[in-house]
Ligand binder design. Sequence first.
Ligand code: ZN
Length: 133
Amino acid sequence: MDKIEHIGIAVKDLEAANEIYTKLFGKPPYKTEVVESESVSTSFFKVGDSKIELLEATDPNSAIAKYIEKKGEGIHHIAYAVKDIKAEMERMRAEGFVVLNDEPKKGADNKLVCFLHPKSTNGVLVELCQEIS
Ligand code: ZN
């Protein structure tokens, strides 16, 4: 894995959260995007080399909605950049991690992504992401 690509924060109201984080960082998100496959609206902020992703559920049955219901707003996942997501998924499976996706899928911000179940990573949902070139 190359670096932490971004940290995902689950929020109830993306518009309100965008205002708060725009104040926090002193600049607006560089991108907002709906990811249909995940039933989320997202926005991305750059903080130096790092990124923060805010996620709001667009569907009460989505993973983000359920997460907020159970745990409230807060840090939802940590995403790590990888060069070859398929190879990393194979490596993770071989190491005994629970990979939640059979195949990489199209995520936000022009990435192929997959997730590792938090039960295999000490309670933290891990996202692997590869830039689509
Ligand atoms: Zn993410």
